[in-house]
Design a protein around this ligand. Structure first.
Ligand code: IPM
Ligand code: MN
Length: 379
């Protein structure tokens, strides 16, 4: 019997549907050549579904998704819904529920793609960012002490309770106060750092860079740093270094060739991977994998839902198709995954079929078609 995989499809919002269709098309094509089967299971979650039903991501759906081999995700965000609702209620819920503690984001300048960095070539921009994906400022611990509609003495009580809860001594007359706590755990650091070192080893890389802000956020990133040093001891062949997050933003622009594998706390990873996307040619080319090595992983482009472009059929599907290649690699179809990536590279290098963001005028579906033809041609 053929090997088969159940893939949950969550198109989400904006351009999510149209780019994901191209991903499915390409994965379907390569599955025929490589002789495995893909079963696609559609889920309607996103803004439209939320506005109709008030459901973001229910317990029942999560239980069903547990039985899938992977989740293929489009994009999330809609102007009709307040920022944060869909992001937290759908995307972050999935990352946390499935404990996808690695957010792996390759930053690679493919041939035929222009980087805004003068004088840098494909061999200069080729590293992986391993972003911690379940801790830091993303845990959602926090609150607001609001002035609006509250009496002064009520506010006073809230402030005192807050001081007790967090062992602080804030004395303020300000009516409003907000706080959000970043959490770093030993177990959380160890597992993501081990993943980064193993990745470096498996890809024949020689250096792992750790990102933090241990000079200011001494508690949380102090622990992060200590654990990095501990984990590094098990990989004596690997060079290691620390970069402060502000400094790496600078060096990634000036000397991207220094980097091979970068491991970073969640929020800094969010920021530096958008920078990474730009130096690899744009958001339309940047894929991401939310990985739980022992569970269900989820694959998505790192860009958002681009509501303006919804339904126009002109958005670049390459990030999503590349994320599909990462999906194949993660479920164990390495050769299929390589075929997809080779075809993406060939199509970009040839340069005939490309979307507007890369200076072309091809449609989303034409890019998918070109990649499919290329896969068949190379076979
Ligand atoms: C990303 C996005 C998300 C994040 C948002 C949509 C919650 O920006 O995947 O990078 O911050 O992780
Ligand atoms: Mn982001």
């Amino acid at each position: 019997m053929k090997q088969g995989y159940k893939i949950a499809v969550i198109r989400g919002d904006g351009i999510g549907a149209e780019i994901l269709s191209e991903g499915e098309k390409v994965l379907e094509a390569v599955s025929e050549l490589e002789d495995f089967e893909l079963e696609w299971i559609e889920y309607p979650h996103g803004a439209e579904h939320y506005l109709m039903t008030r459901e973001l991501m229910g317990e029942d759906t999560l239980k069903e998704l547990e039985r899938c081999d992977a989740i293929y995700f489009g994009s999330i965000g809609d102007p009709r819904v307040e920022p944060g609702v869909l992001e937290q209620g759908i995307l972050l819920t999935l990352r946390f529920y499935f404990d996808q503690y690695v957010n792996l984001r390759p930053v690679k300048l493919l041939e035929g793609v222009r980087t805004p960095l003068a004088g840098k070539r494909p061999e200069d921009i080729d590293f992986s960012v391993v972003r911690e994906n379940t801790e830091d400022f993303y845990v959602g611990i926090g609150g607001r002490v609001k002035g609006n509609g509250k009496k002064r003495d009520e506010l006073e009580i809230e402030r005192k309770l807050y001081n007790i809860k967090f062992g602080l001594d804030i004395e303020t007359d300000a009516d409003e106060l907000a706080y959000q706590i970043g959490v770093v755990t030993r177990a959380g650091c160890e597992r993501v750092m081990k993943f980064a070192f193993e990745l470096a080893r498996s890809k024949g890389k020689k250096k792992v860079t750790s990102v933090d802000k241990a000079n200011v956020l001494t508690h949380s990133y102090g622990l992060w740093r200590e654990i990095f040093n501990e984990v590094a001891r098990a990989y004596p062949e690997m060079d290691t270094e620390f970069n402060f997050v502000d400094a790496i933003c600078m060096w990634l622009v000036k000397n991207p060739e220094w980097y091979q594998v970068v491991v970073t706390p969640n929020m800094f990873g969010d920021i530096i991977t958008d920078l990474g996307a730009m130096i690899q040619g744009g958001l339309g080319l940047a894929p991401g994998a939310n990985i739980n090595p022992d569970g269900v992983s989820m694959f998505e482009p790192i860009h958002g839902s681009a509501p303006k472009y919804k339904g126009k059929g002109i958005s670049n599907p390459v990030a999503t198709i590349w994320a599909g290649a990462m999906l194949l690699e993660t479920v164990g179809e390495k050769s299929a995954s390589e075929k997809v990536l080779d075809a993406i590279e060939a199509v970009l290098k040839e340069g005939k079929v490309r979307t507007y963001d890369l200076g072309g005028n091809s449609k989303t579906s034409e890019v998918g078609d070109a990649i499919v033809s290329e896969i068949r041609r190379q076979d």
